[in-house]
Design a protein around this ligand. Structure first.
Ligand SMILES: [Zn+2]
Length: 318
């Protein structure tokens, strides 16, 4: 059972993490290597020669004299917090199976709840941007998709569609030929409509089989170029939710409920795309827990900065 392999997977312990990144200097060195794996590259002229000025807070290109910093142009741009705080946040957010509330994150980092909220949302945005680049079906031949609701008074399956105060989303789980789950995508939608299904299919590799139930908004899958549609018409009662064709989509939904409700009692609907995106990002990297903080850091170095104003808005749609 793959789930057991995940549960027994050892992540990076807090001790090991502190030994790897004991101070600002170690963090800056690591960040430099993640941002410029082939050595420094001037953002303006792409030259590789540089010098450090102002106690290494700035890097200056030797050719065009353009000044940049380690964090300019990344998700960390403009931060007043030590890099070590960000590193700890990456460690906590990437390792945590259940996710963390901003209150808990703030407490563990020794910063205010608001500052923790900003860090959390910026890093979750980096997770989303990274996973957006992945085409479903790139590793497995089959994708289960299902519709679900979350939020409002209670989280439920796709039955009783259209509950008030609930946010609809599509769960997609890519599986291997022997039926193991590989990757997931959780796409918040404006409503269950063909347009949203097409949007999901646009990010699916040609030749993939997409398995869905008989929902109207899934009918269009058959018309998407290169995609084979396998439709299981099921009833709308509880037994439908247990149909073996949607085993992983259903398992995923149960895990999302547990995870989100455990960490965040209430999640504002406009921020749900980010929480779901973060959940999917962690799931997609459940076998690489030892280096998962590095993967988040690399995503953060390649994600453009996001102003607080935009963070507060729902800017995280797939
Ligand atoms: Zn330059």
């Amino acid at each position: 059972m793959p789930r057991n392999r995940v549960q027994h997977q050892k992540g990076l312990s807090d001790d090991a993490f502190e030994r790897l990144y004991p101070d600002e200097e170690a963090c800056r060195r690591a960040w430099f290597a993640w941002r410029w794996p082939e050595g420094f590259k001037c953002p303006r002229c792409a030259a590789s020669e540089y010098c450090e000025i102002h106690d290494r807070q700035l890097l200056q290109c030797r050719r065009c004299r353009y000044q940049t910093s380690l964090i300019a142009g990344t998700v960390l741009q403009g931060t007043k917090l030590p890099m070590r705080v960000w590193f700890r946040a990456m460690h906590l957010l990437a390792q945590g199976k259940k996710g963390l509330s901003n209150i808990e994150l703030g407490r563990r980092l020794g910063i205010s709840t608001n500052a923790a909220w900003r860090i959390q949302h910026k890093l979750m945005q980096a997770m989303i941007e990274r996973d957006r680049r992945y085409m479903l079906g790139a590793a497995g031949p089959r994708i289960e998709i299902d519709d679900a609701y979350i939020g409002g008074e209670r989280t439920g399956e796709g039955t009783g569609r259209g509950r008030r105060g609930q946010t609809p989303f599509i769960i997609a789980v890519e599986t291997s030929s022997d039926g193991r789950p590989l990757y997931t995508r959780l796409q918040v939608v404006r409503g269950f409509q063909a347009g949203e299904t097409k949007r999901l299919c646009a990010r699916v590799v040609a030749g993939t089989t997409v398995v869905s139930d008989g929902g109207q908004w899934f009918r269009c899958i058959a018309e998407q170029p290169g995609i084979v549609h396998q439709r299981h018409v099921t009833g709308s009662d509880r037994s439908a939710a247990r149909h073996p064709a949607f085993r992983w989509a259903n398992t995923m939904l149960a895990n999302i409920k547990n995870s989100l409700l455990a960490a965040h009692r209430v999640v504002a609907a406009k921020h749900l795309p980010r929480y779901l995106g973060a959940f999917a990002w962690r799931f997609n990297r459940r076998f690489v827990l030892k280096t998962i903080h590095e993967r988040l850091a690399i995503a953060a170095t390649t994600t453009p900065p996001m102003p607080y104003r935009l963070l507060k808005l729902a800017e995280a749609r797939w």
